[in-house]
Structures are given as structure tokens and as C-alpha cells.
Design a protein around this ligand. Structure first.
Ligand code: GLA
Length: 532
């Protein structure tokens, strides 16, 4: 799919939502315009930018390693209503040579924030490390990140903005693993591009790359799945996203079948904030996979073990098979050859690496000293290689388990995609898709250790209530689960989760809160700008 076009301009809600979604959202969009006028001196917004959240169907914790993932955008999204003041159009100009941004939220707990910046550099734009205005950091990092990509003539233009007024309205529950933060960064980037008249000058790939980089400034060493899903999704399709050798996307329809199937999202309501728990959860896992890559390369006898070529598990795989192109046939064994016949070469290479990790990496937790021996990175080199980008805290590192998860999960993504393109699309295809989702969950729970008791409980309940496959979605340690369910079973399935989980654990929840936590979803469209 072409990814070198700009973020699209749309003129109707039906370009964005399903018919049911249009009916639900029309009121919210109208209300946003009137809330904007209340918040900003009776004025009307010039445009509304939109970026959706996503649900990942399969392929967890492998994007930052360089393997492909398979999410879909959801209808829940972030909207930003925006008015742009320019030096030549009214009395709103900030201090000479400065841009002023005022960002407000329709949810009162997110306090309004104003910041100013020079046009030629953004050094004065500092991030907030505490308080109720901290959410504005997402806008700031998007601005700082995008700034160096804006052409000079845009920044120096006489009609550049002097003040940008933004009202944010989000329906993606924060810290619920449906990617509200990436939607915030993405939506902010779109606002900046549109406000500077540069939307058509930066294509979506560049925008996605900048949004991915920018979000790391918030303190999480995340991969690129969330921003890419938000930017490139199209309605009715899941998105197969590849990161190697470069970012590319392939919208893929889920099989049509009789009976029909759909996905249900159920939020554990356990908050999972990657920014806070990064050092012991998310960022630690990223580092463990990097350690595993160096250790596996060494164990496989790759000579260039210390360079870029073995920095991630993906690169270890590429380097190994470049050096030994006949390894699959010569050293693979029956299981690898089976995978080769069933799913092709890429899948067989993954299976090969999964088995090699299982055989060659030390099982159980390893101390720093043991990791130094296994990777060959010692002392200062170890600090530089593994500890210098994001702070982490751990006594032991689990290289074997993380590596086996990564390769087996990457293989499941290929199998999932291959099932979506198969001819036979009856219940057995869906049974196989469901099995892949459930084995993904088992691997996330046992090997990647990013599940939690509430996720396990909800997933068990879903399976007892007729789900064909169930897993956590996103980073884990709380947040949401996703379930594959027969469409005709949805009402009974929702009722069963409501009784068995929400009414038991959260008896005081209002109807609206339950509907926000538990809902069925169809793949939705991606980010766009709506000209008012
Ligand atoms: C978060 C990150 C993504 C991805 C998932 C886990 O959502 O932002 O990049 O790593 O976790 O698959």
C-alpha cells in the first residue's frame, strides 16, 4: 500500500466511522465544536484532527525487535479541535518571534497548559515531570520531534501561526493498552502539520517515524506498532506492519465466514502505565531482548557479534542466514522443514531461531556477571550497551524465555496472516486463528511474564464463556484483553463477562463505564484531518 501520501483530508464522518459509529459519534463531534467555542472565546475551530487507538490482534512485544505485527485501528480515538491564529490576521500574536500553544482537554482532570516556543529552535519547550498538566507532554514531544522536519520556508513564512488553540477530546481510556498515548502523539503531529500548512509536505511514513521517535522522549523505549496502526489503518482491515528492512504496511481483510466472527475488547481496569513501570517492566524487556540477541549471536558463532548486525534478535536472524544460507536445510531438522513446507522460508527461519534459542541460551534468571560472560559485553561496555538508553532495575535477566517468546510470536504472526489469505474461510480457519491467539497468550504469560492475575482471570472467564481465542493486547501488566467470538454469541458473551468480572470486582460501575470497558469492535480507519 502506498505510504508516501500525506495524512488524508476528509469531509464526512462516514469516511471515518462505520454506520453505527457515525450515529454514535455525530453528537460528540457537534459537542466538541461548541465546547471549543466555550473554551476559546466564542470562536470556531478551523479543523479537527483525529487519530484512533488500536487493538493488537497478534504479535506482542516484537515490534521493537524488528518483527512484523498485526493490529487494527479501533473507533475509539483522540480528536483535537484546532484554531490557528496568524500574525497577519488578528491581535493574538505572542511575543515577537514566538509561537504560543494553548492546549485544553474536555476531561477536567487534564488541566489546561500553555507553552511558547521559538520558530527556529524548541529548546525552551520543557517537559513537565509532575502535575495535572503532564498530559500536554505528548503534544510537546510531537512538536519538538516534528520541528526539525518542517521546511525552513514553513517556519519562516509570514503566515506562520502565532497561536494555536487546541481542545482535546478522547474516548480511548488512558493507560489501558489501547494506545491512547500514540494516538495523542500522532494527533498532535497532525495538528502541527496542518497548522503550519505543511500537511502535504511530509508523508505518512515520515510522520510515523517522527511520532515513534518523539514518543520515546516520554520515557518509554517503545516500538512502532501503535503510531503506525493509528496512521495507516483503513476501515474493515487489520494492518500487517513490517519494520524490516523498512516500515511498510499491508492492510489485510479478516476472512469472511459463515457463521460470522468478531473481536471483543475487555478492559481489566487495572491501570498499566508504561512510563511509571518502565524500569521493571517494558523497558527492561526491551533490554533483555537486546541481551538475548548478543548472547545468541555469540552462541551461534557469528563473528561480527559486537556490531550493529546483531543488536536485535531480528538482526541476528538476518545475519546468521546471510552467513549460512543453507542452514535451514542442513541444520534445520524435521520441525523446521515442516514449517518450511507449511508456511515458507521466513517462518522456517523463525522456527530455526526459536529452537536455537531454546538449545543455546541459559534457562532461568541470569545475573549481570552471567550475562557479561554470555554476551561478551563486560564492565563499561555492558553499561554502554544495555544500560545507557533507559533506566532499568533488575537482579536477574531472563534471556532464554524472552528470546523463545519473540521468535515463536513472530512465527504466529506469519501463520495468522497466512490463515487470513487462505481459501477456506469456514469455522476451522477461525478455530486456528483462535488457537494462535491463545498460544500467544500462553507465551506472554509464561515466557514474557507480562500478564497479571486480572488478565488471566478475564481470559479464563472468556474461554469458559465461548471465546474461540483470547489474549492480552498491547504491553500487558494490566490493560485490555481481546477475544475472538462468533457474532451471534456476542450478547451472551458480553453478559457473561459483565456478570463474572465487572459486577464481581467493580460492583459500583455505572452502565456507561461498563460499556466503555467491554465492547465489540470492527477494524476502523486511521488518522485524518476534517476541515470544518
Ligand atoms: C506497547 C508499545 C508497542 C508494543 C506493545 C507490545 O503498546 O507502545 O510499541 O511494543 O506495547 O507489543
Amino acid at each position: 500500500m502506498p505510504v508516501s501520501d500525506p495524512v488524508p483530508l476528509v469531509s464526512s464522518l462516514s469516511d471515518i466511522y462505520s454506520p453505527a459509529g457515525v450515529a454514535k459519534s455525530a453528537l460528540r463531534w457537534d459537542r466538541l465544536a461548541s465546547q471549543f467555542s466555550k473554551a476559546f472565546n466564542q470562536s470556531q475551530p478551523d479543523f479537527i484532527a483525529r487519530a484512533p487507538g488500536r487493538v493488537n490482534l497478534i504479535g506482542e512485544h516484537i515490534d521493537y525487535v524488528g518483527f512484523s505485527v498485526f493490529p487494527a485501528a479501533i473507533e475509539k480515538d483522540i480528536l483535537m479541535a484546532v484554531k490557528v491564529h496568524r500574525s497577519d490576521d488578528d491581535g493574538h500574536s505572542a511575543a515577537e518571534g514566538e509561537l504560543e500553544v494553548v492546549i485544553k482537554n474536555t476531561t477536567p482532570r487534564f488541566e489546561a497548559h500553555t507553552f511558547t516556543s521559538g520558530y527556529l529552535e524548541t529548546d525552551q519547550v520543557g517537559l513537565l515531570d509532575q502535575g495535572d498538566q503532564r498530559w500536554a507532554n505528548y503534544f510537546k514531544v510531537a512538536f519538538k520531534g516534528l520541528h526539525s522536519h518542517l521546511p525552513a520556508e514553513v517556519l519562516e513564512s509570514r503566515s506562520r501561526p502565532t497561536r494555536i488553540e487546541v481542545l482535546v477530546d478522547g474516548t480511548i481510556p488512558p493507560e489501558s493498552s489501547l494506545s491512547s498515548s500514540a494516538a495523542m502523539t500522532t494527533c498532535s503531529s497532525i495538528v502541527i502539520l496542518q497548522a503550519f500548512g505543511a500537511r502535504e509536505r511530509i508523508d505518512r511514513t515520515e510522520m510515523a517515524e517522527v511520532a515513534i521517535e518523539s514518543e520515546r522522549l516520554v520515557g518509554v523505549n517503545s516500538g512502532g506498532m501503535d503510531q503506525s496502526a493509528s496512521i495507516f489503518s483503513i476501515p474493515h482491515h487489520a494492518l500487517y506492519i513490517s519494520f524490516y528492512p523498512k516500515l511498510s504496511v499491508q492492510p489485510t481483510r479478516l476472512p469472511t465466514s459463515q457463521p460470522e466472527h468478531t473481536f471483543v475488547i475487555a478492559n481489566t481496569l487495572v491501570v498499566s502505565d508504561k512510563k511509571v513501570t518502565g524500569p521493571v517492566n517494558y523497558n527492561l524487556r526491551v533490554v533483555e531482548t537486546r541481551m538475548a540477541a548478543r548472547a545468541l549471536a555469540k552462541a551461534l558463532g557469528i563473528e561480527s557479534n559486537r556490531g550493529e548486525e546483531t543488536k536485535t534478535l531480528r538482526l541476528v536472524l538476518e545475519t546468521f542466514f546471510r552467513e549460512k544460507p543453507a542452514a535451514l536445510e542442513e541444520e534445520g531438522g524435521a520441525e523446521v522443514l515442516d514449517t518450511l513446507r507449511g508456511y515458507g522460508e521466513e517462518a522456517a527461519r523463525l522456527r530455526f531461531m526459536e529452537l536455537a534459542s531454546d538449545r543455546l541460551l541459559e534457562k532461568g534468571g541470569m545475573t549481570r556477571e552471567q550475562v557479561e560472560v554470555a554476551t561478551g559485553f563486560r564492565g563499561k561496555d555492558f553499561d554502554q550497551e544495555f544500560l545507557s538508553s533507559f533506566p532499568i532495575r533488575a537482579e536477574k535477566f531472563k534471556l532464554h524465555a524472552r528470546s523463545v517468546h519473540v521468535f515463536s510470536e513472530a512465527l504466529r504472526v506469519i501463520q495468522f496472516k497466512s490463515l487470513c489469505s487462505e481459501e477456506s474461510k469456514g469455522p476451522s480457519t477461525y478455530a486456528s486463528l483462535g488457537e494462535l491467539m491463545s498460544s500467544s497468550q500462553a507465551s506472554l504469560r509464561e515466557l514474557y511474564e507480562c500478564s497479571c492475575p486480572e488478565l488471566d482471570e478475564l481470559i479464563q472467564l472468556a474461554s469458559d464463556s465461548g471465546a474461540i481465542g483470547s489474549r492480552l493486547t498491547g504491553a500487558g501488566w494490566g490493560g485490555c484483553t481481546v477475544h475472538l467470538v462468533r457474532k451471534s454469541d456476542v450478547p451472551e458473551f458480553l453478559a457473561s463477562l459483565r456478570r463474572g468480572y465487572y459486577e464481581k470486582r467493580f460492583p459500583g460501575l455505572r452502565e456507561e463505564e461498563i460499556n466503555d470497558a467491554l465492547f465489540d469492535t470492527e477494524p476502523a480507519g486511521g488518522a485524518c484531518v476534517y476541515q470544518v
